[in-house]
Ligand binder design. Structure first.
Ligand SMILES: Nc1ncnc2c1ncn2[C@@H]1O[C@H](COP(=O)(O)OP(=O)(O)OP(=O)(O)O)[C@@H](O)[C@H]1O
Length: 327
């Protein structure tokens, strides 16, 4: 087997961290860059790499060595950040973030949410915390508690509703820092609703508060898929591992006859994800009740209806990813 084939056996995240792969006789030595990982994630990386390479044809012994950038900051303590991004607006990124947070909380995770969409914050509406104000303790904010068990912070909690924020980049990123560096208590994972798009604001946010992973949302339309690929590139450039892609607004289920139609095509996001080697996390149907419940501040993921199921399935996939990460 040549070295490229061996590398291809590695999980995507481990493959992206390969700095050297050498075979001498039957001994294969892999050096992986473990920068930014805490002890548990390093162990998991080493284990995964070892088991993926062991048993490959022609390989007797596998040695995995981890290296890290010496100048690196100590690994972040505090909550792990999972970013939710999209290449363009209106694909349902905020809806997914809110419902994913609720579904993760229902599954017993200690999850918080930061609405980084400082220009058009919608999370206070989605999670029914409009009008609430976070307290400050010292120079830090204390998140607002939503009635769905998800503590959260949004620019929408700090400014008058409906007032567009005409802030320039540096002010927006300063405000964003306040939302992330808040008093999160026992929260283990923060979902970060990024502003739509792949511009400077997103890049600054990713650099300042490096997420442990990212979820990309797309609709099945061709154009949205091209944008989703752009979002994937943004995360890859920032060395943020991609947890996977979610297809939103898939097949419309007619509320009258129950028949499913596919106004935007079907399966496009899944095919695009597979082509790009990105895990596919699931699809959320286009449904009037999803929109109505979201607008009313009652996230479908909090209910018992069929609208809740796709969100809890996707939350389970994200939960598995988080568990794998911490070993
Ligand atoms: N699966 C769905 N079925 C029906 N409507 C949906 C679905 N997902 C989202 N929507 C609706 O689409 C609109 C856009 O959703 P949302 O605000 O979540 O998108 P976004 O990508 O965060 O957009 P923005 O660019 O405003 O941040 C909202 O009215 C929302 O209720």
């Amino acid at each position: 087997m040549d070295l490229e084939d061996l590398k291809a056996r590695l999980p995507r995240e481990a493959a992206a961290r390969v700095r050297s792969l050498k075979q001498s006789g039957e001994t294969l030595t892999a050096i992986l860059d473990a920068s930014g990982l805490d002890a548990a994630a390093r162990n998991a990386l080493e284990r995964e790499a070892h088991s993926a390479l062991a048993g490959a044809p022609g390989v007797g012994e596998v040695r995995v060595a981890l290296m890290a950038d010496k100048a690196e900051q100590p690994a972040r303590t505090g909550p792990v950040i999972v970013a939710v991004g999209s290449g363009k607006g209106g694909v349902g990124k905020s809806t997914l973030t809110a419902n994913l947070a609720v579904a993760l909380a229902r599954a017993g995770r200690k999850v918080g949410l930061v609405d980084a969409d400082v220009y058009g914050p919608s999370q206070p509406t989605l999670l029914d915390t409009e009008g609430q104000r976070p307290r400050a303790e010292g120079d830090k904010l204390v998140p607002v508690m939503s009635r769905f068990g998800v503590p959260m912070l949004s620019m929408g909690h700090l400014v008058e509703p409906g007032k567009a924020l005409a802030w320039r980049g540096p002010m927006a990123s300063g405000a964003f820092g306040q939302l992330v560096d808040a008093i999160w208590g026992d929260v283990e994972v923060i979902l970060l609703d990024l502003p739509p798009g792949t511009g400077d604001v997103q890049i600054t946010m990713l650099q300042k508060h490096k997420p442990a992973g990212a979820v990309i949302v797309s609709t099945p339309q061709d154009l949205a898929l091209i944008d989703a690929q752009r979002a994937a590139q943004l995360f890859e450039q920032g060395k943020v591992p991609i947890i996977g892609l979610v297809e939103n607004m898939a097949g419309y289920v007619c509320p009258h006859c129950g028949e499913t139609s596919d106004p935007f095509g079907r399966g496009g996001a899944q095919a695009a994800a597979e082509q790009a080697g990105i895990p596919f996390l699931g699809r959320i149907p286009l449904s009037l009740s999803v929109r109505q419940a979201s607008d009313a501040g009652t996230p479908p993921a909090a209910g018992e209806g069929e609208d809740a199921a796709p969100f809890s399935a996707i939350a389970a996939r994200v939960g598995e990813w988080l568990d794998r990460r911490t070993g």
